[in-house]
Design a protein around this ligand. Sequence first.
Ligand code: AMP
Length: 215
Amino acid sequence: MNIILLGPPGAGKGTQARHLVETRNMVQLSTGDMLREAKDSGTEMGNMVAGVMARGELVTDEIVIGLIREKLKGDNKGGFIFDGFPRTLEQADALERLMQDEGKTLDAVIEMRVDDEALVERITARSTCAGCGEVYNDKTKPVPADGKCTNCGKKTEFTRRADDNEESLKTRLMAYYKQTSPLIGYYYAKKMLNSVNGLGTVEAVQGEIAGVLGG
Ligand code: AMP
């Protein structure tokens, strides 16, 4: 199955995507991760998008569609999980065309619903294992005192994203409501939309998503 995880920043898309990769052999396509990689390795495109990302604005459709186009040519094993893409109607149309060109279909869109207050709390408190991407929260799941990630077991660094600050978050949330949330109606009209409560525990959300994917 090829699916989209749709939701505002901090809804838990990355966490759920990683679980699907581990349990269903799916392939996570996170445009945010791809852009951060480009930025960290200092490519021309990475340097171009660095400021836009730091401010919390969206990078151009052309860039992210180009990134996804390349990835769709690769092996999709148990299916693709689109995480953080599409984020505009233009990107959604492009994805449909690209999938058609590859002879693939989009099977479900899963909207993860979380209220704004919870998002701000989650994001300003989050850090991530530099090794495996496991997400921690200062209040609800603090980083282990021994410095070893509870998921990968390695002694690691726990990093905070540069755009996980209140100022960028405001812009990111606004971008979500203005540019991305119209996709909820778009996929509803296409009879592809499934909504889950993103406020539950990680396990509860995993269960709801499994229900959508047919167990
Ligand atoms: P994320 O990791 O999904 O929260 O994305 C981090 C940042 O990367 C966003 O705030 C945007 O600046 C950029 N970005 C990621 N995915 C997209 C996309 N599909 N369209 C435009 N910008 C994106």
